[in-house]
Structure formats: structure tokens, C-alpha cells
Design a protein around this ligand. Structure first.
Ligand SMILES: *Cc1c(COP(=O)(O)O)cnc(C)c1O
Ligand code: SF4
Length: 348
């Protein structure tokens, strides 16, 4: 649904090729532009003690706060340990330098044949469709990613598309980011039209957190291009805790399902968020209620500023063994790590 809103409204960040007129903004874009970006406001809105403020402000200077209202609404007021808040609240410790925690843990800079394109895995190419995210997750391995260099213009897109066209071994295009759904439907529609014209391409995959943090993102305009392409569609959501899945998320998933999309989920194993058999089991159960199958459970990438989320490998294996004891096989995520230079994710 496109709504006319005041030209004074601030636009969300969009890729440079985007030319959506200022006066036309979808409901989700308005929500995105109004996301909380001030650490003080985040603390105040959740009724946190002043003791959390200096850390939040310090962390914010390293990687800015961004939390949409729809996500904030699922957090418990007055609880600094809320599992959703913990994912987005900057802490003073982000600033500590810890051996082994680096700015580009996946060494992606080495696998970039063109701007916005990452080709590490056989048959699949990852395209950075938008440098922006709707939410800034503190544990993100891309918190230091040089997005400035990876926000392609349309001419650069044409060159990336040529790389795909020239390589018949590529069957799947993965739109990633940032969050690919932070780009406008106009831009995404344009891109998907180009992609579906490549005969050897079979699948379109999107890795996105937007349907979770702003469920209104799954609107008619999106279903217009996603629901009609000849490509088989897979959407990999990113949910870490059952509490993230409310009625609006379930409805958004139902809309995607009706449009013929296969829904999967990837999570990151995070200390203080989902590091128990109960939390992981509840997450899988809740995902299935939303018609989503668990896909990956990633161990944390050792990115500078995120060490407080670390769960050691031994503990991760024990958690997954415990999970196997309580869940049906089809609700078991695969425990994996991303190892720089490997041609697939590495099972633990
Ligand atoms: C994770 C990832 C993929 C997709 O891997 P799957 O195992 O197919 O989910 C593709 N390219 C890159 C660069 C990745 O990091
Ligand atoms: S890329 Fe994903 S994990 Fe990283 S900040 Fe964006 S939404 Fe969060």
C-alpha cells in the first residue's frame, strides 16, 4: 500500500540508484524513517536505569543504534536483560579490544569480483542489494563492513548482472545486505526483472530481517514482484528468540507463503539471548507456528565489539545435543560456523 505523506518526512537510507520521489512513501518506509536512532531514547523508552546510558552512548559511536517501534513493542519494559533488547542495546564493553575479534572476520574483502557482489560458494552468488538495515544488531559481522564501497549504481549493477549472465554454473542469486528489503520495491522489481531474464538462474533467495522487525514490509508492492517472478523463491528470515514472533510477524509470513515463498530461518547463538535448550526449542516451535523451518544456527563470527555474545563451541554442541532430545528432526537447525576461505558453511 502506497500512502501519500508529507515531503518533510525524512527518507530512509536507500541505495544510490534509487529515485523514489520524496512524496511517495510506503507505510514501512515511514516506520523505517522513524526508527529509534538515539541511545538515550532507547534507554528511556524501555525504562532502563541511568547506569546503562554511558555504555549505550559509547557503543553507539562505534555502530549506531537503530530499532524500529514495531520491534521495540515486543520488549519487556524495565528489563535490561530482555532477549530482544540485548540484541540492539550498545554496551560499554564493545569498545574493548579482544584478541581474535576483528573487523572483517569473514575476509569478504577478498571475494568481491565487483562492487556489491560476493562469489564464494559454488552455484550461488550473493548480491548486496541494500547497504542499510532496519535494525542494527550488535553482534552483526557486518558492523564494520565498508558499505560505502558496496552501494552499487545501476551501471555497476549491470556489470554484476553480466558476471552472472556469463557464468552458467550460477543457479541461485542471493540478495543480501545490509537488508535487501530495505531497498525500495521499485529498485528490487527492476533487479528481479533482470535476474529472471538470465536463463540458467533458477532461484532467488533473500536473507532478511525486515519481515520480523517491520512486518508491514510485506505489502502489496512487495508481493507484486516477489509473487510473480518465474524464479523459485526462498526467504531466509533472521529470528533469534521466540519473543520476536508476534501476531503481525505470523501474518507477514502467511502473506509470503501465499505468494509461493519457501520460508526458512537462520539464528545466531548468542549469550544472554538464546543460549539455553529451552530458548532454542521454543524458538523452533514458534517458527513452525509461523510456517517457517529452522535452517542454520550460526556460532558468533568473531567480530570486534561482539565478544560479550560468545558461546564456546563445546557449549554450543551440548546445547544442540540437548535440543535433539526434545525436538522433531525437522525443527533442528544445523549448527554451523563460517570459516574464511571455505566453500560452504562448516558444520560444528
Ligand atoms: C552463507 C552464504 C551463502 C549461502 O550459503 P548456503 O549454505 O547455501 O545457505 C552464499 N554466499 C555467501 C557468501 C554466504 O556467506
Ligand atoms: S545485516 Fe542482519 S544481523 Fe546485521 S545488522 Fe543488519 S539485520 Fe542485523
Amino acid at each position: 500500500m502506497i500512502t501519500r505523506t508529507s515531503a518533510l518526512l525524512q527518507r530512509p537510507e536507500t541505495p544510490s540508484a534509487d529515485v523514489t520521489p520524496l512524496t511517495l512513501q510506503s507505510a514501512w518506509q515511514t516506520q523505517l524513517s522513524r526508527a529509534i536512532r538515539d541511545p538515550r531514547e532507547l534507554c528511556r523508552r524501555l525504562g532502563l536505569d541511568d547506569a546503562w546510558l554511558p555504555g549505550a552512548e559509547r557503543g553507539h559511536t562505534l555502530f549506531e543504534v537503530r530499532v524500529p517501534e514495531a520491534f521495540l513493542a515486543r520488549m519487556r519494559h524495565g528489563d535490561p536483560h530482555d532477549p530482544l533488547l540485548r540484541q540492539v542495546l550498545p554496551l560499554a564493553t564493545e569498545d574493548e579490544s579482544i584478541p581474535g575479534y576483528v573487523t572483517d572476520p569473514l575476509a569478504e574483502a577478498e571475494h568481491t569480483p565487483g562492487p556489491g557482489l560476493i562469489h564464494k560458494y559454488a552455484g550461488r552468488v550473493l548480491l548486496i542489494a541494500s547497504p542499510a538495515c532496519a535494525v542494527n544488531c550488535r553482534y552483526c559481522f557486518r558492523r564494520h563492513f565498508p558499505y560505502g564501497d558496496n552501494s552499487p549504481s545501476r551501471n555497476q549493477w549491470e556489470r554484476s548482472l553480466e558476471t552472472l549472465r556469463d557464468d552458467p554454473s550460477i543457479h541461485e542469486a542471493i540478495l543480501s545486505g545490509g537488508d535487501p528489503l530495505a531497498a525500495s520495491d521499485r529498485q528490487l522489481g527492476w533487479l528481479v526483472e533482470r535476474l529472471e531474464a538470465i536463463p540458467h538462474l533458477k532461484r532467488l533467495r533473500l536473507h532478511t530481517r525486515l519481515p520480523v522487525v517491520i512486518p508491514d514490509r510485506i505489502d502489496e508492492a512487495l508481493l507484486g514482484w516477489l509473487g510473480t517472478t518465474r524464479l523459485q523463491r526462498v526467504v531466509v528470515l533472521h529470528v533469534n528468540h521466540a519473543q520476536e514472533i508476534d501476531g503481525a510477524v505470523i501474518d507477514a509470513c502467511a502473506r509470503l507463503k501465499r505468494a509461493g515463498v519457501t520460508l526458512l530461518n537462520q539464528s545466531v547463538l548468542l549469550r544472554g539471548v538464546n543460549d539455553s535448550v529451552e530458548a532454542l526449542a521454543e524458538l523452533s516451535e514458534r517458527l513452525f507456528e509461523a510456517d517457517v523451518l529452522p535452517y542454520y544456527l550460526h556460532v558468533l563470527d568473531p567480530v570486534a565489539g561482539a565478544a560479550h555474545f560468545d558461546v564456546p563451541d563445546e557449549e554450543a554442541r551440548e546445547l544442540v545435543a540437548g535440543l535433539r532430545g526434545v525436538l522433531p528432526g525437522f525443527l533442528m537447525p544445523r549448527l554451523v560456523r563460517e570459516v574464511p576461505g571455505e566453500a560452504s558453511k562448516t558444520p560444528l
